[in-house]
Design a protein around this ligand. Structure first.
Ligand code: C2E
Ligand code: CA
Ligand code: CA
Length: 368
């Protein structure tokens, strides 16, 4: 039995299968999916991540079987996608940890354990700080300072990202308004906030943004939203609504950037129709710029493309002088990375806001 569970998730139920049989079916599925297909003059290839769970027999119900398959599918995704994994009970333990993490995240939100760090963005011509990216941190009483890579995905799968995202928006707006009221911000300064695809697709995020701006007394021009390519090209009514909401916010003055640009394969035609001000060249290209001819060529083209569309290009993850020199050579407008400063707690942002990076030397910077 083949079933669609929703979105791009499908389930195959094989009655009476044993392990070898299930594995053979998974191999065949991956094999036939790997055949390229033609769609409106374009050759597309799709991959799949498959999780296999065998019914344990006895008491386990269908819900448990599906949950196990889901856990195995996430393992397949994490192991690099386009493959299958068999469920085993270590995975279940990880799932148990996730549930624990979810519970702690919920509590943490209620108890105000989340804070924002801010990483400066530097204009490569003037060396001045023209903005910051707000990056969320969790000071967990049990785990210490936790980086988002540990909890954003769980927050996304559980829907907690909506409450967390709202907190981030409100906090970033009120903090920026405070700096602004103290006269610390140069003309044109933008605080950038990351939006997850789940937030975009949930509908109504634009009201959340407007309310945050309004309550903080911050002009829309001082706020930027970073969205990923994949979220922008989402199909269906949810995707169309998200793009319409972004367009409205953009019309009202909110800046939009495409994060991790170059990794999501959005087509050029689509890019032209998005309300976008800036693209962020993904760190993976920046890091390969010195030693890989391919990465250097891709980066050069991304910057050229941005400029051809009238957009700014920012390089993220700059760690060395040579990377900086290459990116400047390619005509990149802005840069962000450990070379200038790590993400900083609020108190230290004040210090760098009054300094800048005129000499383009390494900023100090503490913590992660
Ligand atoms: P991102 O949007 O690509 O953010 C940039 C990440 O690169 C940050 O990691 C930053 O600390 C790191 N980074 C900056 N400069 C350098 C560098 O020179 N070298 C290296 N190796 N890394 C550098 P962070 O803060 O751990 O955030 C990781 C990811 O978590 C972010 O990736 C973003 O996707 C997500 N994230 C962070 N805050 C939020 C948030 O408030 N909401 C949502 N939805 N996602 C967030
Ligand atoms: Ca980002
Ligand atoms: Ca990024």
């Amino acid at each position: 039995t083949l079933a669609r569970l929703g979105g791009d998730e499908f389930a195959v139920l094989i009655d009476g299968a044993h392990e070898a049989h299930a594995v053979a079916v998974a191999r065949r599925l991956l094999g036939s999916l790997s055949e390229p297909v033609w769609l409106a003059d374009r050759e597309l290839s799709v991959t799949a991540s498959i999780g296999i769970a065998l019914h344990p027999g006895g008491t386990g119900g269908s819900a448990e079987l599906l949950r196990h398959a889901d856990v195995a599918m996430y393992a397949a995704k994490e192991a690099g996608r386009d493959r299958f994994e068999l469920f085993h009970y270590d995975m279940a333990r990880e799932l148990g940890e996730q549930l624990g993490l979810e519970h702690e995240l919920r509590l943490g939100l209620q108890r105000g354990e989340f804070t924002l760090y801010y990483q400066p963005e530097v204009d490569l011509e003037s060396g001045k700080i023209v903005g910051v990216e707000a990056l969320v941190r969790w000071s967990s009483p049990r785990r210490g300072l936790v980086l988002p890579d540990r909890f954003i995905r769980v927050a996304e799968t559980t829907g907690l990202i909506l409450a967390l995202g709202e907190f981030v928006l409100r906090e970033a707006c009120s903090q920026t308004a405070q700096w602004r009221n103290e006269g610390l911000l140069p003309e044109g300064f933008v605080t950038w906030v990351n939006l997850s695809g789940r937030q975009l697709m949930s509908g109504g995020f634009s009201d959340c943004v407007r309310l945050a701006l309004h309550d903080a007394g911050l002009p829309a021009e001082c706020l930027g939203l970073e969205v990923t390519e994949t979220a922008l090209v989402e199909e269906g009514t949810g995707g169309a609504r998200a793009r319409a909401e972004l367009q409205q916010l953009h019309d009202e003055g909110v800046r939009i950037a495409i994060d991790d640009f170059g990794t999501g394969f959005s087509s050029l035609g689509q890019l032209r129709s998005f309300p976008v001000d800036m693209i962020k060249v993904d760190r993976s290209f920046v890091q390969g710029v010195e030693d890989g001819a391919k990465d250097a060529a891709i980066t050069a083209n991304l910057v050229t493309l941005a400029h051809a569309l009238g957009l700014l290009a920012i390089a993220e993850g700059i760690e060395s002088d040579t990377q900086l020199a290459s990116l400047r050579g390619l005509g990149c407008d802005l840069a962000q990375g450990y070379l200038f400063a790590r993400p900083l707690p609020e108190a230290q942002v004040r210090t760098v806001l009054t300094g800048g990076f005129g000499d383009l030397v390494s900023g100090s910077g503490v913590a992660a």
